[in-house]
Design a protein around this ligand. Structure first.
Ligand code: UDP
Ligand code: MG
Length: 314
C-alpha cells in the first residue's frame, strides 16, 4: 500500500466464510473500480475453523490493497467490526457482510451521499424479510417496537450493519469506551445526519447464517440493556402494584376474620398468590441480574478481541 491514505476502507468480518471470500472480492473490485480511487479492504477472520485464514493470506499476498486481521478465537461480529474500524485509514469507511447480502453495487451511491458533505453516514435497511423464518421476523419486529417505545434512541427497523461513514463519524464511534458494544444502537446514539438506502432482502450466496435464534435473542437483550433502563422501571412498577394488591388483600382478610371468624379455606388461592409473587420476584431479580452482569463485564476491562496474526500496515 502506498503511504497516502486510501479514499475508502471496506471492512468485512468473516466467520467460516472460505467459500464467500473470492466471490465477494471479485464482485467488490468490479463495482468499486467505477470509483477510480484507492481502496483498502480489511478482512477480519473472527476465529474461523475452516480455511478462511489461508484464503485471506493468499488474497493479501496477491493484492496490495487487501489487509487482514485474525482473532485468536471467535469474538463475535461486533468485535470484528470494531477491530476493522480501529485500523481503517480511509477518508471514508464502509462496513459490510461478506455473503453479498449487502450489495456492493450500493456503495457508489452511499459514497456520493457522504462525500458530498451533506451526510456523515449512509445506512441501509431491508424493506422486507423474505426468506427468513416467520418466528425470527416476529421477534425482530417486537424488538424494534420495544426499542422504539422504551429507549432514547431510535433503531431503524431492518437497519443493517452495512454502512458508510466519514472520519468524523468514525472517530465519534471509536471514542465510546464501552465493552458491550451494540453498534446498531451506538450509531443512532451518535446523532449526525444519516441518509438511508433501502433494498429488498437477498439470499446468501454461499454458506448459512451464523446467527441461531438463541444467539439473536441474547443479542437483542444486549441491545435493550445497553440502551434502556426501562426494564428496571418495569420491575419497580410491578413491585409497587403487588404491594398495593397485597395491602388490599390483607384488609380483606382482616375484615373477613372479624366478620366471619376464621374458617380454614382459601388454600388454593394462598398457593396461587405465593406462586405468583415468587414468579414476579424471580423475574425482577433476573432483570437486575442482567444489568449487574453487564456492569461486571464492563469493570473487568478485558479487551474486546485478541489478535493472533495480521498483515502489517505500511
Ligand atoms: N460474522 C462474524 N462473527 C460471527 C458471526 C458472523 O464475523 O460470530 C460475520 C459473517 O462472516 C458475515 C457477517 O458477520 O460476514 C454476517 O453474518 P451472517 O451472514 O451469518 O448474518 P445474517 O446476514 O444472517 O444476519
Ligand atoms: Mg448474511
Amino acid at each position: 500500500m502506498s503511504t497516502a491514505n486510501p479514499y475508502l476502507s471496506v471492512i468485512i468480518p468473516c466467520f467460516n466464510e472460505d467459500a464467500s471470500i473470492p466471490l465477494f472480492y471479485e464482485e467488490a473490485i468490479k463495482i468499486l473500480a467505477q470509483i477510480n480511487e484507492q481502496i483498502e479492504f480489511i478482512f477480519i477472520d473472527d476465529g474461523s475453523t475452516d480455511n478462511t485464514l489461508n484464503i485471506l493470506r493468499q488474497l493479501a499476498a496477491q493484492n496490495n490493497n487487501v489487509n487482514y486481521i485474525s482473532f485468536s478465537r471467535n469474538f463475535g461480529k461486533e468485535a470484528a467490526m470494531l477491530a476493522g474500524l480501529q485500523r481503517a485509514n480511509g477518508q471514508f469507511i464502509a462496513t459490510m457482510d461478506i455473503d453479498l447480502q449487502d450489495p456492493p453495487s450500493l456503495i457508489p451511491q452511499m459514497l456520493e451521499a457522504v462525500a458530498s458533505g451533506e451526510y456523515d453516514c449512509a445506512g441501509t435497511r431491508r424493506v422486507n424479510r423474505i426468506g427468513e423464518p416467520i418466528i425470527r421476523s416476529f421477534f425482530a419486529r417486537r424488538f424494534y417496537s420495544f426499542m422504539k417505545k422504551f429507549s432514547d434512541i431510535e433503531i431503524v427497523d431492518g437497519a443493517r450493519d452495512f454502512r458508510l461513514m466519514n472520519r468524523k463519524y468514525l472517530e465519534a464511534f471509536l471514542a465510546l469506551q464501552e465493552r458491550n458494544r451494540f453498534s446498531k444502537g451506538i450509531f443512532p446514539w451518535l446523532g449526525f445526519k444519516t441518509k438511508w438506502f433501502e433494498y429488498t432482502n437477498i439470499g446468501r450466496t454461499t454458506g448459512e447464517t451464523k446467527w441461531s435464534f438463541g444467539k439473536l435473542l441474547l443479542y437483542s437483550f444486549d441491545g435493550i440493556i445497553a440502551f434502556s433502563s426501562k426494564p428496571l422501571a418495569i420491575a419497580s412498577i410491578l413491585g409497587i402494584l403487588l404491594f398495593l394488591a397485597s395491602f388490599l388483600l390483607i384488609m380483606l382478610i382482616v375484615i373477613r376474620k372479624i366478620m366471619f371468624g376464621d374458617p380454614v379455606d382459601g388454600w388454593a388461592s394462598t398457593i396461587c398468590i405465593i406462586l405468583f409473587c415468587s414468579g414476579v420476584q424471580l423475574f425482577t431479580t433476573g432483570i437486575l441480574g442482567q444489568y449487574m452482569a453487564k456492569i461486571y463485564t464492563e469493570t473487568k476491562q478485558r479487551p474486546q478481541y485478541i489478535v493472533q496474526e495480521e498483515k502489517q500496515w505500511i
